[in-house]
Design a protein around this ligand. Structure first.
Ligand SMILES: [Zn+2]
Length: 327
């Protein structure tokens, strides 16, 4: 098992302490921003609940029969529920269905084959559709001893309050900048890169790590350069749109672009020091920029459906230019 980061350790230790004290709930909701490692904690907790000889650290031993079966994906008392492929269309479903929740109910009704617990991990829990939620409520309302449902969600607020209120919450929070920085440095990244990545990711260590690994920071720099050139009238909207659409990364570009608009709005509102963007900020129109932020996010969705992506994107980039009306 890989080493867990401090922001993963905290909720895990909370759950382990509750387990030791006999206070662990039968339904847990592991909630918090995406890419903070919630699933790894759910898996560690599931392993602990199914382990017959946990170690002194309170975690699964890794070598008892239960641990070996779980690692092999053949533990009879474990059920993983996630998005499944729709056999009619061959595509991944966007929802967790009532059939899957019924399977969970049947599993929990069985006597554990290894004599321990019955454990299920539901990820992403916020993908439960309405009828699946209703079916799950029944399971939650009649908890059975030794049955644990670990629900993982990056958007816990999307779950009905009736479900949330029946879960013990494990919160995953974006850590302080120092902790995130130390973790990324320990992973072997250079300090200047780490600082730039954390700045871009607003302190989110998981996103920063992704971006350090896949070169997205360079992409962010080029997006910002394009936007500056557009604002200054030194680049054409159609040319930039063509370049942004030339590979598969237009969504990430638009997300960086929206972020740039939000940063500038923050600077105009005095929330962020002007710094390097002072020249750009001086000419920006706050109302137009904040509208542009929304438009950029809408365009991200639109590009998945529209035929003329180039014209749609060029239109958005022209509006960016107009947000700097003072020039
Ligand atoms: Zn074990």
């Amino acid at each position: 098992m890989s080493v867990l980061a401090p922001w993963q350790q905290r909720p895990l230790q909370t759950a382990l302490a509750a387990l030791m004290a006999g206070r662990l709930g039968h339904a847990l909701l592991l909630g918090g921003a995406a890419r903070l490692g919630k699933r790894a904690v759910a898996d560690a907790l599931a392993a602990r609940l199914l382990c017959s000889t946990p170690g002194a650290d309170g975690l699964a031993c890794g070598h008892c029969r239960g641990c070996r079966l779980l690692a092999a994906g053949t533990h009879p008392d474990f059920l993983g529920i996630g998005l499944e492929v729709n056999e009619k269309t061959d595509k991944l479903r966007s929802e967790v269905t009532i059939d899957q929740v019924r399977r969970l109910g049947r599993q929990f009704a069985l006597t554990p084959q290894l004599g321990g617990a019955q454990v299920a991990v539901l990820d992403p829990a916020d993908a439960l559709n309405t009828s699946a939620c209703n079916a799950l409520l029944k399971t939650l309302e009649e908890p059975m001893p030794g049955r644990y449902l670990l629900m993982v969600s990056a958007h816990p607020a999307r779950l009905p309050a009736t479900i949330r209120s029946r879960c013990q919450r494990l919160e995953f929070r974006i850590p302080g900048r120092d902790e995130a920085r130390q973790w990324l440095l320990a992973a072997g990244h250079a300090a200047t890169q780490v600082d730039a990545a954390l700045e871009a990711a607003h302190g989110h260590p998981g996103l920063a790590a992704d971006w350090l690994a896949d070169g997205s920071l360079e992409l962010r720099r080029s997006v910002r350069a394009d936007l500056a050139a557009l604002a200054a009238g030194k680049a054409g909207a159609l040319d930039v749109a063509a370049r942004w659409l030339a590979d598969e990364r237009v969504e990430l570009r638009l997300s960086f672009a929206a972020d740039t608009a939000r940063d500038l709005c923050g600077r105009l509102a005095g929330a962020v020091p002007m710094g390097e963007a002072a020249a750009l900020t001086a000419r920006a129109d706050f109302t137009k920029l904040s509208a542009w932020f929304d438009a950029a996010n809408r365009t991200r969705d639109l590009l998945r459906t529209t035929v003329r992506a180039d014209l749609t994107l060029a239109g958005l980039l022209r509006d960016w230019r107009l947000a700097f009306a003072g020039t």
